[in-house]
Unconditional design. Structure first.
Length: 251
């Protein structure tokens, strides 16, 4: 784990109830930040918060609902009075062959992964301008579109890469940096439906063949890079999508 200094900073992490979001929240807290943990699973958020050192805020919220954005921003600003770091990590992945995809799955995926991320950036614009803060979006190497059976997810992440670059330019004059981390294969619960469908060992072996480093990544390895991008070690970095994938997309 890298060490950064986030003492006195206020951060929001969406999708903080497990996996990569939990790792980012834990690392930000360990480096001194006060973190607002957002996800639907209130019990999990409370259990993680109980482990954190810097008076975390738990905000149960379902980003598939329009009202979640105002609920999150109001709760955060009431408690923190401002914001330095916004980590947009929550996402849904609903793999479906394109010939069978449903409009409902497309809508949910684009809504949660892209639309609500954009709305959260917008809702926190003023406090981020005031703090000359930083946004880190968690996208995916799937944004290249090379995977298959994940059209809506890939499109949402491609859109998020584009949004990252657009916002970086728009808000650079305000001193706000906007970057993304794009994980490759990371060992989290996101893979459980695929493991259940195709067999865990078979999936692990098949996918790892495409990784030059020869292994799956860990949530902490993604969190390291997200924290770097959010930190004062990256003050001249904006508009970047940093792939953290063991070389998988090193084409
Ligand atoms: P995960 O274990 O499935 O975690 C997803 C998180 O998003 C959970 O905390 C979940 O919390 C939250 N979430 C999902 N839907 C939500 C909703 N409607 N409202 C609020 N929160 C919601 O996945 P992960 O692997 O940690 O993924 C984190 C990020 O990394 C995602 O953006 C994902 O696309 C990206 N990524 C992961 C991989 C990988 O291999 N794991 C690869 C590339 C990119 P609740 O269920 O409690 O709401």
């Amino acid at each position: 784990m890298m060490s950064f200094d986030f003492v006195g900073k206020h951060a929001v992490v969406t999708g903080a109830s497990r996996g990569i979001g939990e790792a980012i929240a834990r690392q930000l807290d360990a480096a001194g930040a006060r973190v607002a943990l957002v996800a639907r699973s209130a019990d999990r958020l409370e259990a993680i918060a109980a482990d954190l050192a810097h008076d975390p805020l738990v905000i149960p919220a379902d980003l598939s609902e329009h009202s979640a954005v105002e609920h999150i921003s109001t709760s955060v600003l009431d408690a923190f009075g401002g914001l330095d770091i916004l980590i947009n990590n929550a996402a849904v992945e609903r793999n479906q062959p394109a010939s069978k995809v449903t409009g409902e799955a497309i809508d949910e995926t684009l809504f949660v992964n892209l639309r609500q991320t954009f709305m959260l950036c917008s809702a926190f614009a003023k406090p981020l301008f005031a703090s000359r803060g930083s946004i880190v979006n968690v996208t995916s190497t799937a944004a290249t579109g090379a995977g298959g059976t994940q059209g809506a997810y890939a499109a949402s992440k491609g859109g998020l890469n584009t949004l990252t670059k657009n916002l970086a330019n728009e808000w650079a004059p305000k001193g706000v940096r906007v970057n993304a981390v794009a994980p490759g294969l990371v060992d989290t619960e996101m893979w459980e439906p695929t493991f259940d469908k195709l067999g865990e060992d078979a999936v692990r072996e098949r996918f790892v063949k495409s990784v030059p480093l020869g292994r799956w990544g860990t949530a902490d390895e993604i969190a390291d890079v997200a924290c770097f991008l959010a930190s004062d070690q990256a003050t001249y970095v904006t508009g970047q999508v940093l792939r953290v994938d063991g070389g998988m997309t090193n084409l």
